[in-house]
Structures are given as structure tokens and as C-alpha cells.
Design a protein around this ligand. Structure first.
Ligand SMILES: O=C(O)CCC(=O)C(=O)O
Length: 278
């Protein structure tokens, strides 16, 4: 895992092959397909670029993925001592849907630790089908979690309508970058990525949907600055009331806890030129 750790810190991402058993993958495909079928036209338009944005609190089956021992062991083997989980999403690109815009998923740019090499938050992405350039695999710009990139000067707010609905594909958020690489994976592989990494995905040109489950983990929660800790607690998805006590208990072992009085940074996922400060 030492090599994976160095890749995560240097490039901003790494892949741990074949983490999810076929039986769990099958159950996740069936459940996510069902959930995605409930998406109404308004939501389809709203999330046209991403595809969908359902919470993993939609069904207790996702606890099996969130608490899977192997990824937690992998994080620990990389030297991260105190992994916590805050929120998860089902991001599903329907057949023949546009590319995902370039973006990063970090918020605490005003904290000096935002420029340290170690990740404070990572995505754990599980693609439920094999991905290729044709069905919308992930694209990343290696090193962009640490270094300024030309794209940082040109990114707009990903929540703006023009970007999230992919209405203007001429925008920089939808451009092909000279320094981007494709990250095709097999179903059941795990992609671990630094939240600061610039990432996007190709369009899905296939007849089938392409679903990824994205889980947000803080690999070493105890090491985070207080204001970041407070924000992680604030963004933790509440456990549904109708879940059994044992399901709630399984998940709450991974929930971040902070009892101090620091003000959360707030969930601003967009800052013009975050790296310019350096
Ligand atoms: O769909 C993907 O491949 C990545 C999803 C993602 O990064 C997002 O929607 O924020």
C-alpha cells in the first residue's frame, strides 16, 4: 500500500483493484437502477451533466459498501489512522448523456492546511460497470490537487445552471485538457482520490447507464483543523429514522465527532482561482 499512498499524494488518486465482491456489486446494481428510475424530469435536467445525485442514505444496502473492511484496511495500511465517513452519492449517467464538467470537491481553501500534500478528504469511487472512454470513464489531471493548473483560472461555479445542465459545451469545464488522463476501471475496483483533484468524466455514448457510488471519507479525521472538523460533522448525512438500530450503529462507528466550538468553514465548493493564493 506504500506505493498507492505515494501515488495518492503525488498524483492525487490511486486505484485498488477488485475490492467489491460480485454478489454485492449485483445487489448494488439492482438497487441503484431502481432508485435511478424514480428520477423525475426536473431532476434529470437539473443534474444533466452528472446524471443523478441520490444520497446513499436512500437504502441500508449502502451500509455494506460504506463499512466494507478492505478499503478501510487499505486506508489504514497507507498510514491513515482515523478514517471517518460523512456522505455518499449515487451518480448515474443515463445512456447517451453528456460529459461531467471539470471540478474539484474541496471547500476549506482559506485554511493554510489546504496546501499540504496529505489529503484531508478523499472520494472512494466504486463504478458498478466496467468503464471506458465510450461509456463515461473518469478523467483526472494528475497533480492538480497540489499545483496550480490553467483550468483553475477558468472554472465557474459547478452549481450554476449553465454548467450543471451542460447547456454550453464550449465552456472550459467541458474542454479536453492537454494534461488530462483517462481512468478506466473494472466494476468492483476502488478509485481513491484527493478532494482537491481536478476531475471530470467522458460522455456516456452507450445504451446502458453508467453508475458510480461516490463516498466521502476523511482518512485521518483526528488530524484535521477544528474548523474543518466542524464542517465535516455539519455535512454528515443524518441517518434515516426508519433504519434499524443495528444499521444505524454500524454506520455511526464511522461518523466524525467534534465537540469544540470552532465555526464550520461552510460548504462553498467553489472559489475563483483557489491555487492563486500560493
Ligand atoms: O461520474 C463520475 O465519474 C464522477 C462523479 C463526480 O465526480 C461528481 O459528480 O462530482
Amino acid at each position: 500500500m506504500e506505493e498507492k499512498y505515494h501515488q495518492l499524494v503525488h498524483d492525487g488518486f490511486c486505484i485498488v483493484e477488485q475490492i467489491v465482491a460480485p454478489e454485492l456489486l449485483e445487489r448494488l446494481r439492482a438497487t441503484t437502477d431502481q432508485i435511478c428510475q424514480t428520477q423525475d424530469t426536473e431532476q434529470q435536467n437539473r443534474f444533466r451533466s452528472q446524471g443523478s445525485m441520490f444520497t446513499t442514505m436512500s437504502d441500508p444496502i449502502f451500509i455494506d459498501l460504506i463499512t466494507l473492511p478492505q478499503p478501510l484496511l487499505a486506508l489504514r495500511a497507507m498510514g491513515f489512522k482515523d478514517p471517518t465517513f460523512t456522505d455518499g452519492y449515487i451518480i448515474s449517467k443515463p445512456a447517451h448523456s453528456p460529459a461531467l464538467f471539470w471540478h474539484y470537491d474541496w471547500f476549506a481553501w482559506d485554511d493554510p492546511t489546504a496546501y499540504l500534500p496529505q489529503p484531508q478528504q478523499v472520494f472512494l469511487m466504486y463504478y458498478l460497470v466496467d468503464t471506458t472512454i465510450e461509456n463515461g470513464c473518469l478523467r483526472v489531471i494528475p497533480g492538480s490537487h497540489l499545483h496550480h493548473n490553467e483550468l483553475h483560472d477558468n472554472l465557474g461555479n459547478p452549481h450554476s445552471e449553465e454548467i450543471s445542465t451542460a447547456t454550453n459545451l464550449e465552456r472550459a469545464e467541458f474542454s479536453i485538457r492537454p494534461d488530462e488522463i483517462d481512468v478506466p476501471v473494472k466494476a468492483g475496483d476502488l478509485v481513491i482520490g484527493d478532494a482537491r483533484l481536478l476531475h471530470a468524466s467522458h460522455a456516456n455514448r452507450f445504451d446502458q447507464r453508467r453508475t458510480v457510488i461516490t463516498l466521502w471519507f476523511q482518512p485521518d479525521f483526528g488530524q484535521l483543523p477544528d474548523r474543518v472538523k466542524a464542517q465535516m460533522v455539519a455535512k454528515t448525512q443524518p441517518l434515516p429514522d426508519d433504519w434499524s438500530e443495528s444499521d444505524k450503529a454500524r454506520l455511526s462507528t464511522l461518523s466524525p465527532k467534534y465537540n469544540g466550538s470552532a465555526q464550520p468553514y461552510g460548504r462553498i465548493l467553489y472559489k475563483q482561482n483557489p491555487k492563486k493564493k500560493k
